[in-house]
Design a protein around this ligand. Structure first.
Ligand code: CAO
Length: 477
């Protein structure tokens, strides 16, 4: 798939669209395409694949998100072709613009890697003129996405009732820390969600404390869930003609990703979890699912093993799965052909109490090979293994670059940086990754789209609704 790798374009395609004349027309759409055979679908496009527009082309997102969870969602929608209009506080913007800064004066990678394929408009949502702009945006857009603290949107006056009355077709999508219940008013960050969603209690080694994982399953994971909800709501709207609320609680998102552990919790009431290495070691189970170190979460035992160079390279390891159908091949490779017929090793149940010893023996072999040699040798005979790749190796991986998964983009103030492209590859919707916008870069362009011009535009510019208070009223964003 020819995903474009390098794009330095500042403006999206939709940004270049001709401004519409009247606000009332802005929410309008092209008439439905002629249908064939009465099935409600247009005739199949005759354009070559990849040239019939993008999946979400024409969908307009009022992006009121900040930090990570919400921006992950809207960036994905942008990758799929939606026009994402990010609303930010004048003068400050998304708090992550300044967090973990590595280049003085430039937007942080925290921000740039989560806000590609978006336009930025600055609006003080509590200013009367700001509220007026937002009203036009609500009429203009299809989906409002937000991840403010509970109640913040209502405090801005943007209640569901108000939004629904202003644009009954609008979908209002939110990330919150918790769903309805005792914690619904709490503010939540990534690791809180990992802990409350059951992931931390089941991550780490049995003897150690709970661990959080580096993958942002609370923030980015919930953003992904929200994107799915939005696309479903857009699909349902085709039938109902109306919008709806879409809520993803981070606790729910994490639990959904940790569902195999809730599976194990229920299995535990019927006996020990035999595939957990603690069972083989004769350590009794408690009342809750324990931390299982590097045990595989499925029915095929696995562990992380040292590879050649482990003494000096912290990432010289491989994940090794002793999948039952390839047990014979494993025995041959590690020089233990007799284990193929030895009743203590020949069957999966016989191996369960000996896993520690088995993996120690396999490790004697993996220590003689690099993690990439292990990959090559084992995959040739279908043994599932995986090298532990460092972020350095991932950043430099040519195939990830070729696939458009790791993408280099150019930025006017920070220069070139790497970002993660669209992890979802589609044959008829090719992602073009664009750099993140500067704060308020598209303010005037979007105001014009909303039918602001002449004296009305000047009035907005001097009102203080789109500029930072300390800069005075004369300076436009
Ligand atoms: N103009 C004017 N005011 C604005 C504004 C704008 N453009 N954008 C935001 N604000 C205001 C909000 O209205 C809010 O004001 P009030 O508290 O007076 O109503 C204020 O900024 C702060 O918003 P917040 O409470 O959402 O931000 P926070 O930094 O205090 O909390 C977070 C951050 C993430 C903990 C909280 O937003 C939250 O719990 N969100 C839901 C869960 C979530 O997404 N967590 C993931 C975080 S990492 O991805």
């Amino acid at each position: 798939m020819a995903t474009k790798k390098k794009s330095t374009k500042a403006k999206s395609k939709s940004a270049a669209k001709k401004p519409a004349k009247k606000v009332v027309k802005l929410a309008g759409r092209k008439p439905a395409a002629k249908t064939a055979n009465g099935n409600g679908l247009p005739r199949p496009s005759t354009k070559p694949y990849g040239q019939a527009g993008k999946a979400l082309e024409g969908v307009r997102i009022l992006d009121f998100t900040h930090v990570q969870s919400g921006p992950t969602c809207t960036q994905l929608l942008g990758y799929m072709g939606a026009d994402v209009i990010k609303v930010e506080r004048p003068g400050a913007g998304d708090v992550t613009r300044g967090q973990l800064r590595d280049v003085k004066g430039a937007d942080s990678l925290y921000f740039t890697m989560l806000n590609g394929n978006k336009r930025s408009i600055t609006i003080d949502s509590k200013h009367p003129k700001g509220k007026e702009i937002l009203e036009r945006l609500i009429k203009y857009c299809d989906v409002l996405v937000e991840n403010f603290a509970p109640g913040a949107l209502d405090r801005m006056g943007l209640t569901w009732d108000y939004i629904h009355k202003t644009n009954p077709r609008m979908i209002v999508a939110s990330v919150k820390g918790f769903g309805p219940g005792p914690y619904e008013d709490c503010k939540v960050y990534e690791n809180v969600a990992q802990c409350a969603g059951g992931a931390a209690s089941t991550t780490g080694f049995r003897e150690g404390p709970p661990l959080v994982t580096g993958a942002q399953i609370g923030d980015s994971g919930t953003g992904l869930h929200l994107a799915f909800g939005i696309v479903c709501a857009l699909y349902q709207r085709k039938r109902t003609g109306r919008g709806q609320k879409v809520l993803c609680a981070m606790q729910d998102g994490v639990l959904n990703l940790a569902r195999v552990k809730l599976r194990d919790q229920q299995r535990l009431t019927h006996g020990p979890l035999t595939e957990y290495s603690q069972h083989g070691e004769g350590v009794p189970f408690g009342k809750a699912v324990p931390r299982a170190g590097n045990d595989s979460g499925g029915g095929q035992p696995g562990w992380i093993l040292k590879c050649k160079g482990w003494e000096t390279d912290p990432d010289a390891y491989t994940y090794f799965i002793t999948q039952a159908p390839v047990w014979g091949a494993i025995c041959d490779i590690i020089g233990k052909p007799e284990w193929k017929t030895d009743p203590d090793y020949a069957t999966p149940p016989a191996r369960l109490p000996r896993l520690k010893h088995i993996f120690a023996t396999i490790e004697e072999w993996t220590k003689t090979k690099t993690k990439f040699e292990v990959m090559e040798i084992c995959n040739a005979v279908d043994i599932p293994v995986g090298p532990i790749l460092s972020m350095k190796e991932i950043a430099e991986d040519a195939s990830l670059r070729d696939a458009g998964t790791v993408v280099e983009v150019d930025h006017p103030t920070r220069g070139k940086y790497l970002t993660v492209g669209n992890p979802v590859k589609m044959s008829d919707s090719i992602t073009e990754v664009k750099r993140s916008p500067l704060l308020g870069e598209h303010t005037e362009e979007i105001l014009r789209l909303l039918d602001y011009s002449g004296g009305e535009l000047d009035a907005v510019k001097t009102s203080g609704a789109i500029t930072a208070p300390e800069k005075g009223q004369a300076q436009a964003a």
